[in-house]
Ligand binder design. Structure first.
Ligand SMILES: [Zn+2]
Length: 253
């Protein structure tokens, strides 16, 4: 199929691309048949809630061959680092902080390649916004264009441009809240809108206007020297998220 590549904007033969790289939800597949759940919960109007069961992954005619190859470099990097798919992992945990009850609540990483991991994060943000497969809330078109250009030109931007807070979401019993993708939803910090997507237990919260945040709030973002703090959150501490997941599972019953 020919069409306009969403990333380079050239008329080309388009690939039926994965919207999210497969390694991000490999654990989500049932052994047999291979499928996973995406859940969309609109809390304002729960009749609109939808459950989709997908066979093999979400694909769309989105990218040309060149752009797909370009993005795959960054996907491979992320697969090896946070998803630890191979032994090429260069990012290591420098410090793990514990609460008094001996639950870990944050991991301080070092050794990330800033451009490689940041461009990966930007590419996820961009794909989630431009994809038609998710019910992503509308994002200002100037913002979308800025992200597209950064990904296309392989420019990681400043650490506080579209900063991402990455959290591992656990249930109270310590199990990761995985097995599904929760459709993207917007929340609002007093200084910035935040686009959140929960993918198999990993919550990516992208601050769309993160330059405006205080230094404290920027502490968790990936830094140019390759450090990043990944937070472990217990589901019940985020009531908005808890309500969304609960509503989704009630709907499944
Ligand atoms: Zn292209």
């Amino acid at each position: 199929m020919t069409g306009q590549c969403k990333l380079c904007e050239h008329e080309k033969e388009l690939r039926r691309s994965h919207i999210l790289p497969e390694f991000m939800y490999q654990n989500l597949y049932d052994a047999s048949p291979r499928r996973f759940y995406t859940l969309n919960v609109d809390l304002d109007n729960s009749d609109e809630s939808k459950r989709k069961i997908e066979q093999k992954g979400i694909r769309e005619y989105l990218l040309c061959g060149n752009c797909e190859v370009q993005l795959s470099k960054y996907e491979n990097y992320a697969a090896e680092t946070i998803y630890a798919k191979n032994l090429g992992n260069k990012a290591i945990i420098k410090k793990a902080n514990k609460t008094p009850d001996q639950q870990f609540f944050s991991y301080e990483y070092e050794g990330f390649s800033y451009p490689d991991f940041k461009i990966f994060l930007l590419s996820i943000l961009w794909r989630v916004i431009v994809s038609k497969s998710f019910n992503t809330p509308e994002v200002d078109e100037n913002i979308v264009e800025k992200i597209r250009l950064a990904v296309h030109k392989e420019d990681p931007l400043d650490f506080d441009d579209f900063g991402c807070l990455l959290q591992i979401i656990k249930y109270k019993n310590g199990k990761i809240a995985g097995g599904f993708i929760l459709d993207p939803y917007l929340t609002k910090d007093e200084r910035s809108p935040i686009l959140n997507i929960l993918i198999d237990g990993f919550m990516y919260s992208f601050y769309l206007n993160s330059k405006e945040l205080s230094l404290d709030q920027k502490e968790f973002f990936l830094k140019k020297e390759g450090t990043m703090v990944i937070v472990v959150s217990i589901l019940f501490t985020d009531t908005g998220l808890y309500e969304r997941i609960k509503a989704a599972f009630d709907f499944l019953k």
